[in-house]
Design a protein around this ligand. Structure first.
Ligand SMILES: NC(=O)c1ccc[n+]([C@@H]2O[C@H](COP(=O)([O-])OP(=O)(O)OC[C@H]3O[C@@H](n4cnc5c(N)ncnc54)[C@H](O)[C@@H]3O)[C@@H](O)[C@H]2O)c1
Length: 241
């Protein structure tokens, strides 16, 4: 019996948010398909390079560590993200800025730091935005704004880097079964029906296992997607909005 070909044999992949539900799945799937994977997260853990995406020093150090450990970068997966539900009345400037920093500024600047490596490898970037970037959601203005900024930031980078051989794409998931959605359900005001916001509006009911989203991330990072750049692949079980 012949084994399935390894799409990522010899490829060097950086995955942020690798301690999280989706990021750990993405990192494992790249490794299973032959890639050398550098896992990073603000959370410390075994096999994780600790870096805070909101720190310029950490971003610089992370890019240098990736080059030193992997010898180059073929794929950058910006998976890390943060979400905290807040009512419009309770918004703070720090809270809004924090979302923008983690979800948009960090991934954009990590991409920036890895441009020379990505150009050399003729590599690609896949960033995880959200359907929250496309639709307004109650209690979620900071997150929606930050993911919309990420989406358009990445699209702009795609237009600029295509001529240098680098593809840049996004995946926008709907609800995934991870710690993020568990936290969200706890944080919402008591009188808010979480199902109305998150679960009930998709054609295929329920939250997705991380693997369902990771499959699309790996597809965009693979040679099967050589002609796809500047795209946003929505993976949301058919959310109606
Ligand atoms: N869970 C969902 O329903 C859902 C839906 C749409 C999009 N997303 C996006 O998917 C991605 C993965 O989320 P998840 O569901 O796995 O959640 P998660 O909370 O399990 O993982 C997110 C990871 O990002 C890391 N992170 C947070 N702030 C960071 C920082 N400053 N620097 C470095 N790392 C940081 C966290 O430590 C965590 O490990 C996120 O970008 C999220 O916004 C999630």
């Amino acid at each position: 019996m012949t084994s399935a070909p390894s799409r990522f044999a010899g490829r060097r992949v950086v995955v942020t948010g690798a301690a999280g539900g989706l990021g750990s799945c993405v990192a494992r799937m790249f490794a299973d398909e032959g890639a050398s994977v550098l896992r990073t997260d603000v959370v410390e853990g075994e096999g994780i390079v600790a870096a805070d995406l909101t720190s310029a020093d950490d971003l610089e150090r992370l890019a240098a560590t990736a080059l030193a450990e992997l010898g180059g970068v073929d794929v950058l997966c910006n998976v890390a993200g943060a979400q905290r539900f807040t009512t419009a009345d309770e918004l703070t400037i720090e809270g809004v800025r924090r979302h923008l920093d983690v979800n948009a500024v960090g991934p954009i600047m990590l991409t920036h730091a890895l441009i020379p490596a990505l150009v050399e490898a003729r590599g690609n970037v896949v960033s995880v935005a959200s359907i929250s970037a496309l639709m307004g959601q109650p209690y979620n203005a900071p997150y929606c704004a930050s993911k919309a900024a990420l989406l358009l930031g990445m699209r702009a980078l795609a237009t600029e880097l295509a001529g240098r051989g680098v593809r840049v794409n996004c995946v926008s998931p709907g609800g995934i079964e991870t710690a993020m959605t568990e936290r969200a359900a706890r944080e919402l005001p008591k009188d808010v029906d979480w199902n109305l916001i998150a679960k009930s509006q998709s054609l295929i009911p329920g939250f997705m296992p991380p693997k369902d989203v990771a499959e699309s991330i790996l597809f965009l990072a693979s040679d099967a997607a050589v002609s796809i750049t500047g795209a946003n692949l929505v993976v949301d079980r058919g959310v109606i909005w």
